[in-house]
Design a protein around this ligand. Sequence first.
Ligand SMILES: Cc1ncc(COP(=O)(O)O)c(C=O)c1O
Length: 404
Amino acid sequence: MLAIYGGEPVRKEPIIARPVVYGPEVLKDIEEVLTSGALVSTHGKWVKAFEQELASFLGVRYAYAVTSGTTALHLALKALGVGPGDEVITTPFTFAASATAALHANAVPIFADIDRETLNLDPASVEEKITDKTKAVVVVHLAGYPAEMDEFMKIADRYGVYIVEDVAQALGAEYRGRKAGSIGHISAFSFYATKHITGGEGGAVATNIAAVAERAKLIRAHGETDKYWYELLGYNYRMTELQGVLLYHEIKRFDELQRRREEYVKAVLDGLVPIDGDLATVVKPKPYVKHSWHLIQILLAVEKLSKPRDFVVEALRKEGVGNVSVAYPTPLYKTPLFQKMEGHGKGCPWSCPFYGRRTEYKPLPNAEWAAERVISLLVLPNLTPEDGADTAKAIRKVLEGLRR
Ligand SMILES: Cc1ncc(COP(=O)(O)O)c(C=O)c1O
């Protein structure tokens, strides 16, 4: 009997995904930061060391650490000169920041539809949404699955638009042998606690374009070109040394942490084979990409189940699968932020006179289809192959138990 109906759960001790555990050498360096008094990147060495490691990991010329993935995306758009009157195309099937970054830059987010196999932006739909106002496309590598970068770079060349890679969920992913975050004009990373590496909070931008890097660096720190001399509108998006020291050590251990994640993922996918394509479809990488597995995404065959998706999620939690959630239940354009269009107040940027157009967010069928049936498993390096096998067992038990 399903645990949600009072039966024995698959796992008595629930499976919980947790970020990295730090060993003595990291604790020693944290102590050094604390006792040195150099808590900020302007005085310390760790943020700079991390930036170098990140740039070399990605194979890019410039990487700058910031306070979060959200500020990284904002900074990326500002560094490209995105502003009032511009449109930025992105996916509605993502975390809000992929789209709110455009709003923060006073530009209008425009949503394109996704591909049903990858759940990433569909290049053909992006192309349909391009207008003379389009300045950039924020391409999200959702869940760690690299988006079709060759197609997006062709669109960039054809229409003269910038490609911003949102790599918040995809550190370590590869598209045709190139690292996600090294292909577009600029990329943005998040180091929030659930991400591949974490400083609790944190983010970064990366680019190969010297002029864009220069602007990003300036905007990150008040647009200050000389002591108390301000050249352009900037912010304080600097990371602290305590975040820098954690991230430096984690990126050094990336391969080991990723191997553990992959072992868990393999156990889940192997265990789901009997129901894959029947009661559910696991989103699996195409042969030419390397998925970096922030999430395992599973599309439920909702029409074959006697209960709705949210009941399935609750039932899985009751079986002890603590790392299950729904990413994402609602396409962004359906949420009040994008329905009300109040933005910065007085309707800006949608009603900004520099824009001069009316925005209407029409339903995007594939995004709505995915939002209705997706469930996701958070993948972190504490999870074991046994956790993976139990997770698959719980999913099979719940879905078979709810078969119509
Ligand atoms: C796709 C995507 N973009 C951007 C962000 C924003 O990152 P942060 O939470 O570090 O601001 C996230 C965070 O979850 C994300 O998943």
